[in-house]
Design a protein around this ligand. Structure first.
Ligand SMILES: [Zn+2]
Length: 450
């Protein structure tokens, strides 16, 4: 009742109608065959390249330097001729990456949260926001979630830090209630748990690490909420043990989504378990050294935002690492599938010996750490690894000593390994609670033992 009323009111506004139109398109295009989706992507890509070459000084220069004209791109494979765009290049060239013909009053500005290094400022269009909204709504539709359904959200971001009155009003009308992932202390979580028990949301949405911390708190304190229909998790790596705990605690499946601030919604998980790329919005490649790798192989994520015309992002490496799945999904949708979001490049630890260790190694080894609620493995320099932890009581020193010996032997004698008990491990500026984070640049072409 509330849902249909909410939708009718939304359609009275131009923005609501624009978003609805895009959703209608996406609900149809998801059933195209993989070949038809590639044809659609190529058409969108060529249109974007023409626009960038004509109207964006940065890309005109870049394509000319690479000896590529938009007319040369006749297949999606030809994209590999265009150099990969790094985060550093965006930071340096942001102003010349804005299309000169794009109305300035329609260009919006934001910045990435910056888990490591400096935040990256960028510009984007309202059109991209409308597409992102539509992609998010399509994911909701896959699980039968209508607009205006009660949602509890546990996350960070600008909305939590500095919500405008308009944002607060919209959120309230959408029937969303928020818990800040910047404060996952016991008092805040207890208050939110009590609130959620009264509110009885049908959907819980949030940052994976924060959802896990909330589930952990509920389990440790014997609290039970109503069973939501689905949990939408995203924003950081979802480890298997986290998914297990969240699903057991809430009694419903976790559907993962993949998004990034600078590109919006990128992928979402269907009920058959596949992480489908929103291919109508993004051409996503998994590459090594700029060249696409075979399905199943690990590589860097490179994205072209097909519907962003204010500040085009063409072959942009967003710092994530993934594997592509060469198969289609049993759900029947033709949208391509990511077999695994391995993590971010800063999840990999580069050792003085040249060995590269996946952060999964630490997560696996420190699983079930007795008496420890939260930990974080940091690598500030090649020869140093710090393991910070928050303990509920007195931690088991024998357990720590056993792990210390094992990890030290794996890292090598030239690495200084420190376990350090702290009062609080702060979340990232975006409100994520990361288990592993390396500040040392890594070359993923090296062998990665997981
Ligand atoms: Zn599917």
């Amino acid at each position: 009742m509330y849902s249909s009323m909410y939708e009718r009111v939304r359609l009275l506004f131009p923005e609501g109608r624009a978003q609805h139109q895009r959703l209608v398109e996406l609900l149809q295009s998801q059933w195209l065959s993989p070949e038809e989706i590639q044809t659609l992507q190529l058409a969108k890509m060529k249109r974007l390249l023409d626009h960038a070459f004509t109207n964006v000084p940065f890309y005109r220069r870049r394509l000319q330097e690479a000896g590529v004209h938009p007319d040369d791109i006749v297949s999606l494979g030809d994209l590999a001729r265009i150099p990969v765009l790094t985060r550093e290049e965006v930071v340096k060239n942001r102003q010349s990456m804005v299309a000169v013909n794009f109305p300035r009053n329609e260009v919006l500005e934001s910045a990435t949260g910056g888990s490591t290094g400096v935040p990256m400022g960028f510009y984007y269009s309202k059109n991209r926001l409308d597409w992102s909204w539509a992609a998010h709504s399509r994911l909701n539709a896959w699980f039968g979630v209508e607009k205006g359904t009660k949602v509890a959200v546990i996350s960070g971001g600008d909305f939590i830090l500095q919500p405008t009155t308009m944002q607060k009003a919209r959120s309230w009308l959408r029937r969303e209630r928020w818990l800040s992932s910047y404060d996952m202390g016991k008092e805040n979580m207890q208050a939110f748990a009590e609130y959620v028990m009264r509110f009885r949301p049908e959907v819980i949405r949030g940052c994976n690490s924060a959802l896990w911390l909330f589930a952990y708190y509920l389990r440790e304190n014997g609290l039970a909420l109503n069973r939501p229909r689905v949990i939408f998790g995203g924003l950081d790596k979802l480890h298997d043990f986290q998914r297990d705990l969240i699903e057991q605690t809430f009694g419903c499946p976790v559907a993962e989504s993949y998004s990034a601030r600078e590109t919006g919604q990128i992928a979402g998980q269907c009920s058959a378990g596949s992480l489908h790329i929103w291919a109508e919005l993004h051409r996503l490649e998994v590459v090594n050294n700029g060249q696409p790798v075979e399905p199943g192989e690990m590589g860097e994520v490179v994205i072209t935002a097909l519907e962003e015309y204010a500040m085009p992002l063409i072959r942009y490496a967003n710092g994530d690492v993934a594997r592509m799945d060469g198969n289609t999904c049993s759900c029947g949708r033709g949208l391509p599938v990511l077999s695994e979001l391995v993590g971010r490049k800063c999840d990999f630890f580069s050792m003085p010996s040249g060995m590269v260790i996946s952060g999964h190694y630490f997560v696996h080894l420190l699983k079930g750490w007795p008496g420890v609620r939260k930990y974080q493995v940091r690598q500030p320099s090649t020869d140093q690894v710090d393991i910070l932890y928050e303990a509920d009581g007195s931690p088991d020193q024998a357990w720590i000593e056993g792990r210390r010996r094992e990890i030290q032997a794996h890292l090598g004698p030239e690495v200084m390994l420190r376990f350090q008990q702290v009062d609080q491990i702060p979340p990232t500026p975006a409100g994520k609670h990361l288990f592993v984070i390396s500040e040392v640049p890594v070359d993923l072409r090296a062998d990665v033992p997981c």
